[in-house]
Design a protein around this ligand. Structure first.
Ligand code: ADP
Length: 632
């Protein structure tokens, strides 16, 4: 027998395992089962060329209450003497350092001791529950068995072993406060929780009654081994897929799409993804985990809240990603920054967007339902994901002026239906479709027959910024002062406006109103934008929309106040009357009152708040009183 001293980092790690109190010690079993499964995977691979390595692969858990020991054994690849010295004592694995740093922080109160469950701490986690660990191993194809033993503090001993068959047995001499891990139900629960989808059977002998009622010992497989995402699709029933989705998410809708994805080559992983049809009731709750996507590494459960697996805007996607490349000892804390996760993210995103595109093309009704629930998320994507900007644009649906509410068009469909003389894509943003339809901004478009995208979700203001043009056509707000008026109807309206601006009466009216509203608007003009309304407020090309300004205010964001342009409808009887009034007596105090009212009306019509509602009410009331007096 020989004694060896642990390498310094291993020593530090062991010290922590032994002396600290961590709440979820149970993860030691997950780690040992994962190691056993890895060892079997390696042996199975070798057996392709060395059939004599072949076995009925199994991982066995044997609790011994009398001896107070728990043994985890496998018939995998095993270790030679040199390997066991190297692997279990002299080389600290890669996760060690990250784990220890995190633990150090935990001590300073920055992080919770729960943290241990987030790390692959490996073999050494056995020392959380055992005061002595004995490892017996026999390398596949080798003849000599080796025995490793340690109580964790300083050193380990190496001796000849007694094991005669290939594989490794790890015996934990459980501490007094860890004897619960000898209970069958406890072991079964932990295996189910962490290692249910491990491909190889995790077996345990259990006492059962035979048909005569006598106690007999029987092998029981503790894990279901049904890694549904690894089974051939043809063998899995639709109900099974759906019930797995229910199990993952706790939601009972029927997903509108399922993606079975197997990536091979530089990045290897399998994914089973679901696109929900309904928005989960807790989707917008602040405390909700970032996704319903679980990360596995070679069937070992790693995380159910792995942020980087999909971009934030696809957080509604549920499912499992099982990576073959990531190391099990990866720090769960830094997962998001791992380049491999980045690669998975890229591939998965592409696949999901393709699926959504298929749905849009082939199952329009279902897609529309989906879009009603998750449209705002896809819209976020147009802002966040430049790499997929093109695809995302094509996935958006919009209500339009010429179609009833809740009937949607894609940008492609909108453009395809544009009359030949229409050069730009017109949109309007606002709080509700109802208000928008009644808005003065939309009148000339109705007359011209041009369709307008009706955007009434707060995020739409960001969408139009992210999509300056589509298929070479600029997106232009109907509330902008200058839009290319190419239709005959619009041309006619504009000509009228120009004519009014040339006439002396018109000129006088404009300069009078400008004078009155000097501190409220930057310009007053006649405009061909309206057919029924008397006035509206418009902006220059790059001015923020009033809707955007209201959102920013609601979000407590700084708002840049930009003066607007007051546009008057020259065909409206009120404007022709006013022109005459100014002609007669430019100093008439009524003109100022009317000017103020025109401004306030324009604000009201677009849903903007009035700066002084009381004053507006008084003005309107006194004008009504005058008009009534004339009637009686
Ligand atoms: P990790 O598994 O993350 O590499 P561990 O500390 O858990 O780190 O294990 C260190 C090494 O010991 C493993 O990489 C593996 O080579 C070896 N090992 C552990 N358990 C077994 C086992 N049951 N059979 C064969 N080799 C094992």
């Amino acid at each position: 027998m020989e004694n060896r001293v642990f390498q310094t980092e291993v020593k530090q790690l062991l010290h922590m395992m032994i002396h600290s109190i961590y709440s979820n010690k149970e993860i030691f079993l997950r780690e040992l089962i994962a190691n056993a499964a890895d060892a079997i995977d390696k042996a199975r691979f070798e057996s392709l060329t060395n059939p004599e390595f072949s076995q009925d692969w199994e991982i066995r858990i044997s609790p011994d209450k009398t001896a107070g020991t728990l043994t985890i054994s496998d018939n995998g690849i095993g270790m030679t003497k040199d390997e066991i010295i190297k692997n279990l004592g002299t080389i600290a694995h890669s996760g060690t350092k990250a784990f220890m740093e995190a633990m150090q922080n935990a001590k300073e109160g920055q992080s919770s001791p729960e943290l241990i469950g987030q790390f692959g701490v490996g073999f050494y986690s056995a020392f959380m529950v055992a005061d002595k660990v004995t490892v017996e191993s026999c390398k596949a194809g080798g003849k000599e068995a080796v025995r490793w033993e340690s109580s964790g503090e300083e050193s380990f001993s190496i001796a000849e072993g007694t094991r005669t068959s290939q594989g490794t047995s790890i015996t934990l001499h459980l501490k007094d406060d860890a004897k619960e891990y000898l209970e069958n139900w406890q072991i079964s629960t932990i295996v189910k929780k962490y290692s249910d989808f491990i491909e190889h059977p995790v077996k345990m002998l259990q006492t059962v009654k035979d048909k005569d009622g006598k106690d007999i010992m029987e092998d029981k497989v503790l894990n279901s081994r049904t890694a549904i995402w690894l089974r051939p699709q043809s063998e899995v029933k639709d109900e099974e897929y759906t019930s797995f989705y229910n199990h993952l998410t706790g939601h009972y809708d029927e997903p509108i799409a399922r993606i079975n994805y197997s990536a091979e080559g530089a990045t290897e992983f399998k994914a089973l993804l679901y696109i929900p049809s309904q928005c989960p009731f807790d989707f917008h709750f602040p405390g909700r985990k970032s996704t319903d996507l679980q990360l596995y590494i070679r069937r070992v459960f790693i995380s159910d809240d792995c942020k980087g697996l999909v971009p934030n805007y696809l957080r509604f996607v549920a499912g499992v990603v099982d990576s073959s490349d990531l190391p099990l000892n990866i720090s769960r804390e830094t997962l998001q920054d791992n380049p491999m996760i980045g690669k998975i993210n890229k591939a998965v995103t592409k696949r999901i967007l393709t699926e959504l595109d298929n749905l849009l093309k082939n199952k329009r009704e279902e897609y529309t339902e989906f879009f009603k629930n998750f449209g705002p998320q896809l819209k976020e994507g147009t802002h966040e994901d430049y790499a997929n900007a093109e695809k995302l644009r094509n996935l958006l649906l919009f209500e339009t002026l010429n179609k009833p509410a809740a009937e949607y068009s894609t940008l492609k469909e909108y453009v395809a239906a544009m009359p030949a003389d229409q050069k730009e894509i017109y949109y309007m943003t606002g709080d509700s479709r109802e208000y928008m339809e009644a808005s003065p901004h939309i009148e000339s478009f109705k007359k011209a027959g041009y369709d307008v995208l009706m955007m009434h979700e707060p995020i739409d203001e960001w969408v139009v910024q992210a999509i300056p043009e589509y298929e070479g056509k600029k997106l232009v707000s109907v509330a902008k002062a200058k839009i290319s008026a190419d239709s005959a109807a619009m041309k006619e309206l504009n000509e009228k406006a120009e004519k009014a601006a040339q006439e002396q009466g018109g000129k006088d009216l404009i300069s009078k109103i400008k004078e009155v509203l000097a501190d409220k608007v930057k310009d007053v003009r006649f405009s061909g934008a309206m057919t029924e309304s008397v006035s509206r407020l418009s902006g220059e090309e790059n001015d923020p929309s009033p809707h955007m300004q209201r959102i920013m205010k609601a979000l407590n964001q700084p708002v840049m106040e930009v003066k607007r342009i007051l546009e008057l409808n020259p065909s409206h009887p009120l404007i022709s009357g006013l022109t005459k009034l100014v002609e007669k007596d430019p100093a008439n105090p009524k003109v100022s009152e009317y000017a103020e009212l025109l401004y306030d009306q324009a604000l009201l019509a677009e849903g903007s708040p009035l700066p002084d509602p009381a004053k507006f009410a008084k003005r309107a009331a006194s004008l009504m009183a005058e008009s009534i007096e004339k009637e009686i």
